[in-house]
Design a protein around this ligand. Sequence first.
Ligand code: JF8
Length: 267
Amino acid sequence: MTHHDDQLVIDVISIFPEYLQPLDLSLVGKAREKDLVRVDVHNLRDWTTDRHRTVDDTPYGGGAGMVMKPDVWGRALDDVMQPGSHLLIPSPAGRVLDQRMAEQLAQDEHLVIACGRYEGIDSRVAEHYRQAHRVTEFSIGDYVLNGGESAALVLIEAVVRLVPQVLGNPESIIEESHNISGTLEAPMYTKPPTWRDLEVPEVLTSGNHGLIDDWRREQALIRTARVRPDLLQKIEPERLTKKQRELLFRLKTEAGQDADSPEASRN
Ligand code: JF8
């Protein structure tokens, strides 16, 4: 298959390449079939040199668990990294992945994701590649995983859906960027209009798109205040209507008082 200069290329290196099989499916799988993105998964053990294909060793300074050997990672990365490559290392100590970071990564030409296991990769690997490349340690959230593979899956899905032409339906992208007011989305409903005695909010069946738009913006703000009061502070009031700005001000005042109330974990 041919390679274009504009195509995003993602190389993933892992001792569990089978863990990345979901990348053959769904949105990412289709983007790969259409050659909108190239994703190559490599087995780190291909770069071992000993009979047992060893990738780990005991930590200097002692402690529980094992650390991944820098020499094996060095051979793998020397083969895979190109002059403009961006090296990404999943780590619980990394910068937390957010939409802004995904948007920036979607602009890159070559991402290399180094998935560690055990207690992680010898710290000199990141230090070494930082001398000639961009190196970003990233986390997908404040909880403990056993390795970087699931974080790589999350990052790849977040990035690949932003590559032009991948999301066949540009309306949903426009709708999202429309929603960079920074709120969560309003609740959504489909048919039937009554389900187990629960009704769809009447405004949504009114056909009045002005009213529907207002209602959704209001619900989005209320929901954000309830579930993610931390996001309220990041909303840009310039992007809101006068009515929304007034609601935001009220919600902020209330959130300031009980951001930790049981209400905050409801919905
Ligand atoms: C790991 C390698 C992670 N949000 C996150 N929690 N834990 C991890 C993570 C990443 C890499 C390794 N253990 C060994 C945990 C991310 N990203």
